[in-house]
Design a protein around this ligand. Structure first.
Ligand SMILES: O=C(O)CCC(=O)C(=O)O
Length: 264
């Protein structure tokens, strides 16, 4: 029998204490090249589509591609650049297959706390060279809790597709914040009210996760996190696969972008 991919005792303790588990170089260089190519193919396809209105929502700019069942995020300060795509598993069988990789699914079972898990959502984030902007301080839970019954159990596996560091906007997370419940959010109308109020939060607690490409960080929905703009001349890309206990609808179905389907 091969070695277990589940979290070991030390990682379970870490998850409990700091709220995330980092595994370095889970995917090798050739795999990372292949995943990046799958991501860029998806982005090229979406860039070639007919454009719809770009809507400002909080710190983000969204374009709803209803027929394709996806949302494209554009860089607010460089509107010609795709910042992200969610969901996309139905648009790319290659990227759906990566979501099923045991190196992501097995540890995620321990983060979800269930032996049977299914996809909840999947997101591609691109921070293009020099122009990729920030992902503002937030917890994931508020973005999901209005629509998903199991929002408190969703676990995310974030795969870094480029070496990530402070200069290119690596993930920054607050150890222990997953135990502190919901944080004060911005007092604004609409989508921006899901973002944390940075004035009310001690951002000196953030820790930068500088990692080589192919690394994966696993975390739950209450972890406080953000990332800075990319100030380098190379892209910083990442995939975020989110899993939930099996038997619940995908986020795309809940927000009526996708028809009901069996996943995972
Ligand atoms: O890509 C990043 O740096 C942050 C990802 C994230 O937190 C998100 O998209 O919700």
């Amino acid at each position: 029998m091969g070695e277990s991919l589940r979290l070991d005792a030390r990682e379970k303790r870490e998850l409990d204490e700091i709220g995330f588990v980092l595994r370095r170089s889970v995917f090798d260089a050739a795999e990372v090249v292949a995943i990046r190519a799958d991501c860029e193919a998806l982005v090229a396809r979406l860039e070639a589509e007919q454009r719809h209105a770009k809507l400002t929502a909080g710190s983000y700019t969204f374009e709803i591609q209803r027929k394709l069942g996806t949302i494209v995020k554009w860089e607010p300060d460089a509107l010609e650049l795709v910042q992200g795509v969610e969901p996309f598993a139905h648009l790319s069988s290659a990227l759906r297959d990566w979501a099923l990789d045991p190196r992501l699914v097995e540890p995620s079972k321990d983060v979800v706390g269930d032996e049977q898990i299914a996809m909840f959502t999947e997101k591609l984030n691109l921070k293009r060279a020099h122009k990729g902007g920030p992902i503002v301080l937030h917890q994931d839970f508020p973005y999901w809790s209005d629509v998903a019954k199991v929002a408190s159990r969703v676990a995310t596996a974030m795969i870094f597709l480029d070496d990530a560091n402070r200069e290119n906007g690596c993930l920054e997370a607050v150890p222990g914040s997953h135990r502190e419940g919901l944080q004060k959010r911005r007092s604004v109308e609409g989508f921006g009210s899901l973002e944390l109020d940075p004035e009310a939060y001690d951002t000196s607690r953030l820790v930068a996760l500088e990692v080589p490409a192919g690394s994966v960080v696993f975390f739950g929905p209450f972890l406080v996190h953000r990332s800075a703009p990319n100030r380098t001349d190379k892209d910083r890309r990442a995939l975020l696969y989110s899993y939930q206990p099996a038997g619940h609808p995908h986020l795309g179905e809940l927000i009526k972008l996708l028809p009901p389907t069996e996943r995972l």
